[in-house]
Design a protein around this ligand. Structure first.
Ligand SMILES: Nc1ncnc2c1ncn2[C@@H]1O[C@H](COP(=O)(O)OP(=O)(O)OP(=O)(O)O)[C@@H](O)[C@H]1O
Length: 463
């Protein structure tokens, strides 16, 4: 095999001064460092080996010393090589994945060391078998095109090109290179840890798979390339679709989005979540949004499609739908300005709920009849705008607030406070109480109900 860095780093060598190699001391990165040094010597390029001490295993000190010794020996041969290393601080939090913690720390350290060394290119020693394994692992996690695309051959991060020049080289060829040059890698005992999915796949699945399907490594690597193309095309399509259905402040305009085909809605929704939240939305959340937002399968049967809603999104965030626009919000602050002068508020639980903007608070009580708690989860507080109709009793007629206040003899001083709306209906008016059209009985309704009182003072002052 041509066991040298593949075309991309060689082709750009004229512009390169320093190339970095992520060097763990394992078989593959040892071979890559060796091949890079040989190529660099004739090209007049400096090589810097970057070694990360994860601070997780006692062997890590020995590996660092071996890396230092090897680089000294190779430099003594006249190779243009130096070593930079870093030790990771801290430890994964209880319950966190050790692998994910180590990967994140390693990547940050490699990026920093490469920058300090003046390198613009960083080489990693992943090969075709690593790529094939990644495709399988992603498939086993239910991954989509982005996951199945596995590792990119090149990616630009903060001015540094992360490249995997051997991504299309068979593992067997790299092993042969190591044997040919009598390279002796370190032995990492964590590679035998069967708690890690990749290690289980290597030990238990791969031998049987490659025996039954000798071309599995090449075929899975090809599948990754095709998934990468599909993913890139889907990303472009999402950009085109979102250009039409995202407002200037980043909200998803649901009625416009619903005009897309179902497949394009799903694709655009995932891309919008990634762009807005900085991470992908979970698959259950995507499916809920698709079916529960207006125009979806769950909303279709409803007498009137919901125009407000709220979906928990994890990590202290939620998605809020208001007036046909969907937004990512933090749930830490229960009050969110929806439109000027309006507030979205969850009043579903009994208790005292301050509303500083109005200088008072709601008292919410459990009751056999009243407003359904589920309705109050998405309460909207609005000032009076004129023209609102309120119905005081089940068999009476809705009438203007002014008339109802007069009929009930509510003094002017008790008429201040926010009107409470939910699901586009007026539900509660300070001084008048709950609108009869919104009242439900818990026993008949099968859901808890709440009674409300508006107090024009903060909670502590009224107690
Ligand atoms: N501790 C480390 N320091 C520097 N680079 C690392 C380190 N661990 C991994 N890398 C880089 O990431 C690549 C993939 O990591 P992975 O954990 O799959 O490999 P490895 O088992 O450490 O050994 P190798 O790929 O060298 O056989 C490595 O080939 C290497 O380029």
């Amino acid at each position: 095999m041509a066991a040298r860095p593949a075309s991309s780093p060689t082709a750009t060598a004229a512009a390169l001064r320093v190339v970095a190699v992520a060097y763990s001391g394992g078989r593959d990165s040892l071979a890559l460092l060796h091949a890079t040094c040989r190529a660099a010597q004739s090209l007049g390029v400096q090589v810097v080996a970057l070694h990360i001490h994860h601070n997780l295993l006692p062997e890590a000190d020995v590996w660092l010393r071996q890396a230092q010794a090897r680089c000294r020996r190779w430099r003594a041969r006249g190779w243009p090589l130096s070593l930079r290393w870093a030790r990771l601080d801290g430890a994964p939090a209880p319950g966190d994945s050790i692998e994910a913690w180590a990967r994140a720390g390693r990547h940050a350290a490699l990026q920093r060391l490469a920058r300090e060394a003046g390198a613009t290119l960083l080489l990693l020693a992943h090969h075709r078998r690593d790529q094939a394994e990644t495709v399988l692992l992603q498939a086993l996690r239910g991954g989509g095109p982005a996951g199945m695309a596995a590792m990119p051959a090149e990616a630009l991060r903060d001015g540094l090109v992360w490249a995997r020049p051997w991504l299309d080289r068979p593992r067997a060829a790299i092993e042969a290179y190591g044997r040919q040059h009598r390279l002796r890698p370190v032995d990492d005992p964590s590679n035998d840890d069967q708690r890690l999915a990749r290690n289980r796949l290597r030990a238990q699945l791969w031998p049987a798979l490659s025996q039954a399907f000798p071309e599995a490594e090449a075929a899975l690597a090809l599948a990754a390339r095709r998934a990468h193309e599909a993913d890139a095309a889907l990303a472009e399509l999402a950009q085109l679709d979102l250009a039409a259905c995202v407002s200037a402040d980043g909200a998803l305009r649901v009625p416009v989005w619903r005009q897309l085909s179902t497949a394009r809605q799903t694709n655009a929704l995932r891309a919008w979540c990634r762009a807005q939240a900085g991470r992908g939305a979970s698959e259950p959340l995507v499916q809920r949004l698709l079916s529960e937002m207006p125009g979806g399968s769950m909303a279709e049967g409803a007498v009137k499609a919901k125009t407000t809603g709220c979906w928990p999104a994890g990590e202290g965030r939620q998605l809020r739908l208001y007036r046909g626009e969907l937004r990512w919000c933090h749930n830490a602050d229960p009050l969110t300005t929806a439109l000027p002068g309006e507030l979205l508020l969850d009043l579903s639980e009994p208790g005292l709920w301050p509303v500083p903007l109005w200088g008072g608070h709601f008292e919410v009580r459990d009751a056999p009849e009243g407003l359904p708690a589920a309705l109050l989860r998405h309460a909207i507080l609005r000032p009076r705008s004129g023209g609102e109709q309120f119905q005081r009793a089940p068999r009476s007629l809705p009438r203007s607030l002014k008339k109802q206040y007069q009929a009930a003899g509510v003094p002017q001083a008790d008429r201040h406070g926010p009107l409470l709306w939910a699901d586009e209906q007026l539900c509660f008016v300070p001084g008048l109480g709950i609108d009869a059209r919104a009242v439900r009985q818990a026993a008949l309704h099968g859901q808890p109900c709440r009674q409300l009182t508006w107090h024009a003072t903060p909670p502590t002052a009224s107690r």
